[in-house]
Design a protein around this ligand. Structure first.
Ligand SMILES: [Cu+2]
Length: 224
């Protein structure tokens, strides 16, 4: 009984410190509203994953120590309980509930990141070329800004990005903002984001698109 209590305390302590670490990481500012949602989901899954890993590890160590064959014996000194319907029901139902919750949260995140805004503040056309990105930033007041390689947009506005290519398949990726969309010739893909703070962020191509694919990078400048 005492070992069960000690085990419970250990599990609770581990989970508690993990929760604290994750809460502080999740509270750290993110560079876009979409990235905030994605990182919240990431931390929930990461905490659950690590907590379950730690739990299983502890149970394994306890089981190995408790049911081992001790010196001078040819059988374990404890007789393990080999069947328990209650235990089996618990280890079926609890993981099912955890998966259901993760599934619901994942769909919630997808609904946020994949629902295009009806009235974006800024439209950006991102056009893939071998081997550079071309951008048109179209403001709703009618002004256009054209750029090659680098992109500049204001913070705290909703941006709808139309993505295509003029030659081969490319894929635009702005990791810090959680923006990732394929650029396919003859096809228009759309992705949206809302930068939350000024800064400079990497733009990359993540589709191998030829010899100079590695050089297909740029900088997104988010102005205040
Ligand atoms: Cu490319």
């Amino acid at each position: 009984m005492r070992s069960a209590r000690r085990f419970g305390l250990l599990a609770a302590g581990t989970l508690g410190s993990l929760l604290l670490a994750a809460a502080s990481a999740a509270a750290a500012p993110n560079d876009s509203t979409g990235m905030q949602e994605i990182s919240n989901l990431f931390w929930i899954v990461a905490i659950l994953g690590v907590a379950i890993g730690v739990f299983v590890g502890i149970v394994m160590v306890i089981t190995i120590l408790k049911f081992r064959i001790r010196k001078g014996h040819d059988k374990p000194t404890f007789n393990p309980n080999r069947s328990s319907h209650k235990l089996e029901a618990a280890w079926t139902i609890i993981p099912a509930i955890i998966l259901l919750v993760i599934g619901m949260l994942a769909f919630q995140t997808l609904a946020f990141t994949d629902t295009l805004p009806q009235h974006p503040d800024v439209y950006v056309a991102a056009i893939g070329h071998q081997w550079y990105w071309e951008f048109w930033v179209n403001y709703t007041n009618g002004t256009h800004v054209h750029s090659v390689g680098d992109l500049s947009v204001p913070s705290n506005v909703t941006i709808l990005m139309n993505v295509t290519s003029v030659d081969v398949d490319h894929s635009i990726f702005i990791p810090a903002l959680g923006v990732h969309m394929d650029a396919i010739p003859g096809h228009l893909n759309q992705v949206w984001f809302k930068p939350t703070m000024p800064g400079e962020f990497h733009i990359e191509c993540t589709q191998f698109c030829g010899l100079n694919h590695y050089a297909m990078v740029g900088t997104l400048t988010v102005t205040s």
